[in-house]
Write a protein that binds this ligand. Sequence first.
Ligand SMILES: [Zn+2]
Length: 98
Amino acid sequence: MGAAQNDEDEIRNYGREQHERAEQAGREPVQARKEDVRRQEVAEREQRARQAECAACGEVADKSDMTVLDCNHAYDGDCTAQALQHALAGGKTVEEVQ
Ligand SMILES: [Zn+2]
């Protein structure tokens, strides 16, 4: 019985050692840096998904600040205003000015 008990203890201790080693490794600076880089990459990808390139001037902006048409072309505020002013000045529709 004594021997079996020792084996169990040994297995338990080995498991704990492995666990502690893994925990320490998780706190190592390299691991933390990798986690930071990964988090930053995800944030950048999410930001890119929110943005679009203006079909007129090529400037990248947040889609929420742009006019996105049915064709999925996006126009930033300046270009939308310019197109509207052109249209009003020439008596043309925005589509004709583009
Ligand atoms: Zn533009």
